[in-house]
Design a protein around this ligand. Structure first.
Ligand code: TRH
Length: 399
C-alpha cells in the first residue's frame, strides 16, 4: 500500500487506437494500482470488444462493471456532464486521448484540483528524459503533466508487478507446470523438446521467409502463434485456416496455432518459450520480464521514425549482442540503408534468414545472461505504477 497518498481515486482514460496495446497497458496498470497500492481505480475505455480479447470475463455490452477490483466504464462519447465529486484525485489520459470536455470542466471545480497526467508511449530515445514530468501551459487553470515510461532513472520506468519476477521464476523452475501449460495449448511432448518460439508481430513482418529458414534449420523449431497473428503467412504454411489447434510440420519446423490468450496466460507463454517474438509496447515489455531472448517488431510510424526508436533500444539493450541487433534490424526492415533513410529497400528480399537464425541461436546463451542483467538494471528504477503515484503525490504536496 502506498504511504504517500491515502487511498485516492484515480481515473484512467483509454482510447483504443488499434490492436491490443492501448487497453493492454491500461488494464495492466489499473489492476496493479488496485492490487498493490489500494487505489480506487476507474478505467474508462471506448472499445470493450478489444478489451475482452485480453480479458475474456469482461462483458462487452456493460456500461459499468467491476472487474478484478477495477471499475470499468464504457467511454461511449465526449458528451456528459460531471460534477466535481465525480472527478478522481488523479486523472490519467493515456497517449493524449482527449478527455470529455465536461469532465475537464468538473476537474476545474474540484478542490483540491486533481493531478492531471498524460501517460505517454515508451521510447528508449534520449529526449524522453528531458520531457518526462514537464507540464503544459494551464488549461482552464489546470496543469497537465507528461509522464514517460522509459529505461532510465530519469524516466517513469516500466510497468512491472511486484510479485512478477518471483512468479515467473517459480513457473520456469517447475518443469511439470510448464509442460502442463504447453500441453493445454496442444503442444506435444516431442514439440516440447524442440526450440519453442512464440510469434507475435505485425502483418508486414517477413514471417514467410523466416518460416522457410526454420524449415531448413539444423535444430527443430516449434512456432506457437496465437490465432490472428501473421495470418496470411501462417495460412500459406499450413495450407489451411489458422484456427486454434491447426498444426503442420515441414522439415525442421512445426507451426502450431494456439488460441489468443488472456493476458496472464500470454505471460506464461512467454515464460515457457525459448525465444519470443513480440511487438508494440506491452508484449515488448513483458518479454523483458520473461528472462528469455526476444525479438521486437516495433509499431510502424511515418517516415520510418520507428527505426530510430528501434536503434535507440538496441543501443541500450544489445550493443554487445551482434546477432540480436542484426536479426532485429532485418526483422523490422531497418537494416539495409543505415539510419533514418526513407529509401529503405525490402529486407526480406536481401536477408539471409538461415544465416541470421543460426547466428542468433549461437548467441542465445549471452542473450539469456543479458536478459537477467537487464531485468535487475530496470528494477533499480522502480516500476511505472509506483513511480506514477509518487509523482502524483509530489504534485499534490507542491504549493
Ligand atoms: O497489440 P499491439 O500492437 O498494440 C499496440 C497498439 O497498436 C497501439 O496503438 C500502439 O500504440 C502500441 O502497440 C505501441 O501490441 P502490444 O503493445 O504488445 O499489446 C498487445 C497486448 O495483447 C498485450 O497486453 C499482450 C496482449 N496479448 C494477450 O493478452 N494475449 C495474446 O495471446 C497476445 C498475443 C497478446
Amino acid at each position: 500500500m502506498s504511504t504517500l497518498i491515502q487511498a485516492p481515486k484515480l481515473a484512467l482514460f483509454c482510447k483504443v487506437v488499434d490492436n491490443f496495446g492501448d487497453i493492454g497497458i491500461c488494464w495492466r496498470l489499473a489492476r496493479q494500482l488496485v492490487d498493490e497500492h489500494d487505489i480506487d481505480v476507474t478505467l474508462w475505455v471506448d472499445d470493450l470488444r478489444s478489451f475482452q480479447r485480453i480479458c475474456p470475463p469482461l462483458r462487452s455490452d456493460a456500461v459499468h462493471q467491476l472487474m478484478a477490483g477495477v471499475t470499468v466504464r464504457h467511454w461511449r462519447d465526449q458528451e456528459g456532464v460531471f460534477t466535481a465529486t465525480e472527478v478522481a484525485d488523479i486523472v490519467i489520459e493515456f497517449f493524449g486521448c482527449d478527455l470529455p470536455p465536461g469532465y475537464i470542466t468538473a476537474m476545474t471545480e474540484k478542490t483540491p484540483q486533481p493531478v492531471w497526467i498524460n501517460l505517454e508511449g515508451l521510447s528508449a530515445e534520449e529526449w524522453v528524459e528531458g520531457c518526462h514530468t514537464l507540464s503544459s501551459p494551464p488549461r482552464q487553470s489546470l496543469l497537465k503533466y507528461f509522464f514517460y515510461p522509459g529505461f532510465t532513472s530519469k524516466t517513469g520506468g516500466l510497468l512491472r508487478e511486484a510479485g512478477l519476477a518471483q512468479e515467473r521464476r517459480q513457473f520456469q523452475s517447475d518443469s511439470l507446470a510448464m509442460a502442463a501449460f504447453l500441453a493445454s495449448l496442444g503442444v506435444t511432448a516431442s514439440e516440447m523438446a524442440t526450440t519453442k518460439v512464440s510469434l507475435f508481430c505485425y502483418p508486414q513482418a517477413p514471417v514467410a521467409a523466416l518460416l522457410d529458414a526454420w524449415q531448413r534449420s539444423a535444430h527443430a523449431v516449434t512456432c506457437l502463434v496465437p490465432e490472428g497473428v501473421a495470418q496470411a503467412a501462417v495460412e500459406a504454411f499450413l495450407a489451411a485456416p489458422a484456427l486454434p489447434g491447426a498444426v503442420k510440420t515441414q522439415g525442421a519446423l512445426t507451426v502450431r496455432v494456439v488460441p489468443f490468450l488472456a493476458q496472464p496466460a500470454y505471460d506464461q507463454l512467454l515464460w515457457a518459450c525459448d525465444v519470443n517474438f513480440v511487438r508494440g509496447e506491452d508484449s515488448f515489455v513483458r518479454a523483458q520480464w520473461a528472462g528469455r531472448p526476444f525479438i521486437w517488431h516495433i509499431y510502424a510510424q511515418d517516415e520510418n521514425l520507428h527505426h530510430k526508436k528501434l536503434r535507440a533500444f538496441l543501443q541500450r539493450y544489445a550493443s554487445d549482442l551482434a546477432s540480436l541487433t542484426s536479426f532485429s534490424l532485418h526483422w523490422n526492415e531497418a537494416a539495409t540503408m543505415g539510419p533514418d533513410t526513407a529509401a529503405n529497400i525490402s529486407a526480406e528480399a536481401v536477408t539471409n534468414w538461415p544465416a541470421q537464425w543460426a547466428a542468433f541461436q549461437a548467441e542465445r546463451g549471452s542473450m539469456s545472461r543479458r536478459a537477467v542483467d537487464w531485468e535487475q538494471q530496470m528494477a533499480a528504477h522502480g516500476d511505472l505504477g509506483g513511480n506514477l503515484l509518487q509523482f502524483a503525490a509530489a504534485v499534490r504536496r507542491s504549493p
